[in-house]
Design a binder for this molecule. Structure first.
Ligand SMILES: NC(=O)c1ccc[n+]([C@@H]2O[C@H](COP(=O)([O-])OP(=O)(O)OC[C@H]3O[C@@H](n4cnc5c(N)ncnc54)[C@H](O)[C@@H]3O)[C@@H](O)[C@H]2O)c1
Length: 258
């Protein structure tokens, strides 16, 4: 199952953060398949170069840049790289975030909080600001940010992460209201998808993991490309031009009570 308009993103230039692995890499595969030109970025230099090479081999127009989103000039560097290669920016996917294993609230440090904030809402905020004038220049565009049920519903062990994720949803709503007149849409995706990190969790706690999957109405873990990537492709494309300010769960129905 996938989003089937194979050229639905043709010509669009899109930045995807955290695209060396996990959900971001699946999103990059989906966007490339739908015809987008991609600027991939990640703190993992080898992984993001590998993602670029994989998609380039398949015929997509892809560039990459390694960057730590905590660096003060990272956002401008990333947006400048997209402009240099493609001459425009039509979409921004703020997927990256440093994710630490769960730990009790009282044991989390100010550094843990800062890491989640700096790589989550702060990086998202700075990239949105850096991209904004170019999205305006392009006549509008689409920004997709990433939240988590760990914030929207609350999940033990995720104090700093959950707080940072909810800040991203706040930023999203404000930007959607301010930038709607510029034809810039801003939405949040809240996924549940199989990544290297989720596989590690499954191996470490197979019983607990099974219980979580059993609680998903659709009884499976999502696919980074076919499930999350398909939704992000839709949100970046011209079939969703009246959709903004939304939080959308691609989590097999498990977000229904949030
Ligand atoms: N996988 C899930 O089920 C799930 C559930 C809820 C929310 N999410 C959200 O989806 C997004 C992707 O999650 P994932 O599971 O693929 O996680 P992941 O850890 O596999 O990927 C995150 C990416 O961000 C990059 N990154 C981390 N710190 C960075 C920094 N300082 N600078 C630049 N890049 C940095 C990592 O290198 C990695 O490529 C995240 O925003 C996450 O919070 C995922």
């Amino acid at each position: 199952m996938s989003y089937t308009h194979s050229e639905s993103l043709a010509g669009k230039a899109v930045i995807v953060t955290g695209s060396g692995r996990g959900v971001g890499r699946g999103i990059a595969r989906s966007l490339a398949r739908n015809g987008a030109r991609l600027l991939l970025t990640d703190i993992l230099a080898e992984a993001v170069a590998d993602a670029r090479d994989e998609l380039t081999t398949q015929g997509a127009e892809v560039r990459s840049i390694a960057a730590d989103l905590r660096d003060p000039d990272a956002a401008d560097k990333i947006v400048d790289a997209a402009l240099e290669h493609f001459g425009r920016v039509d979409g921004l996917v703020n997927n990256a975030m440093a994710i630490k294993p769960p730990s009790p609230f009282a044991s989390q440090s100010a550094d843990d909080f800062d890491l989640a904030s700096d790589t989550g809402p702060r990086a998202t905020f700075l990239l949105m600001k850096a991209a904004y004038p170019h999205l305006v220049a392009a006549g509008g565009g689409s920004i997709v940010n990433f939240g988590s049920g760990a914030g929207s519903a609350g999940e033990p062990g995720f104090a700093a992460y959950g707080a940072a994720k909810e800040a991203i949803r706040g930023l999203t709503r404000v930007a959607a209201l301010e930038w709607g007149p510029d034809n810039i849409r801003v939405n949040v995706v809240l996924p549940f998808a199989k990544t290297e990190g989720v596989e590690t969790w499954e191996q470490a706690d197979p019983v607990g993991f099974r219980a979580v999957v059993d609680a998903v109405p659709l009884k499976r873990v999502g696919d980074t490309e076919k499930d999350v990537g398909a939704l992000v492709s839709f949100l970046l494309g011209d079939d969703s031009t009246y959709l903004t300010a939304q939080s959308i769960y691609v989590a097999g129905g498990s977000g229904v009570f949030r």
